[in-house]
Design a protein around this ligand. Structure first.
Ligand code: GLU
Length: 302
């Protein structure tokens, strides 16, 4: 018997590090148009798992800006800060199956602050046990074994992707030295729990996707479809973000929606919408992700 079809479900998952800016609006527009065009649900998740980076008041500002731009979510926003029991349960499951180990390596020892794009892979120093490495080292983080598998998936814009996790990333952190659960674990647990079938987000996360698929397989939860959209960057090639001084969205919401729509290579409406409701009435049936050019980053005027 074929597996039961899952109800289409998309989501937007902003980190509350500042108010909504043009870059985050692009991801929101793409995920919303895609979910609604599929007749699906759309959820909002506040990614405050990294509480030290979260900015007070940012969540309210994001929610207000989304509402002003005509977004409507189908369930109360899910806050990652309320979900630690779920992350702990997933970690316990992986640990019980022998897929997780304690790591004593410090950032300084690894010479990198994290293992994102372009940084070196974790060499597996503590894989055989902390005691096996050197005396007087204590557990700092928990890592998952990645083994030898290469993870492949087909992105709806970027096409076939493949990454050998071992050489590219190495065993990655699920719980950090400060006790916080890692973003990858939280995203995978939450997407599965919410029944998300389609992940639409910025191309800065394309290289993170194999890690998330590895976790989905380890936790035996379904893998959603992925669609990554070009990342909005400033003229120095940096991701727009509050920390880099990206301007919060101000002015006419319709104009901002149309600018995001154009950024996503979508066809302009013949008549300019006057309200956000008119914009969405046009945009949802007009959404054509196949028009999005394969472009990891695009600069936007300051
Ligand atoms: N919280 C991430 C961000 O703001 C998005 C994560 C995701 O969509 O999976 O960049």
């Amino acid at each position: 018997m074929p597996p039961a079809a899952r109800t289409p479900c998309g989501r937007f998952a902003p980190s509350p590090t500042g108010p909504l800016h043009f870059g985050s609006l692009v991801a929101a527009v793409a995920s919303y148009a895609d979910a609604r065009a599929a007749g699906g649900r759309w959820l909002l998740r506040i990614e405050d798992v990294d509480a030290p980076r979260s900015v007070r008041g940012a969540e309210d500002a994001i929610v207000a800006a989304l509402a002003a731009h005509g977004f409507a979510w189908d369930a109360p926003p899910l806050r990652q800060s309320t979900r630690t029991a779920h992350y702990a349960a997933a970690l316990a499951q992986l640990a019980a199956e022998g897929q997780v180990y304690a790591c004593a390596c410090t950032r300084r020892e690894l010479e990198t602050a994290s293992l994102d794009d372009g940084e070196s892979a974790y060499p597996g120093t503590c894989r055989a046990g902390i005691e096996a490495t050197r005396a007087r080292r204590t557990q700092r983080s928990l890592r998952i074994l990645v083994g030898d598998a290469a993870i492949g998936f087909t992105d709806r814009v970027f096409g076939a992707q493949r990454q050998a996790l071992g050489p590219a990333i190495g065993d990655f952190v699920l719980q950090r030295a400060d006790g916080w659960f890692a973003y990858h674990l939280a995203v995978v647990v939450d997407d599965a729990w919410s029944g998300v079938t389609s992940v639409v987000r910025g191309a800065d996360l394309l290289a993170s996707t194999p890690r998330q698929i590895h976790l989905q397989r380890a936790l035996r939860v379904p893998t959603p479809e992925y669609l990554h959209v070009p990342l909005a960057v400033d003229r120095h090639g940096r991701k727009l973000s509050k920390q880099q001084g990206a301007a919060p969205l101000a002015g006419d919401p319709c104009e901002a929606l149309l600018a995001a729509w154009t950024f996503l290579d979508q066809p302009a409406p013949l008549a300019r919408p006057r309200t956000v409701a008119q914009f969405w009435a046009y945009a949802v049936p007009a959404w054509q992700p196949s028009r999005i050019a394969i472009d990891r980053a695009r600069s936007v005027p300051a």
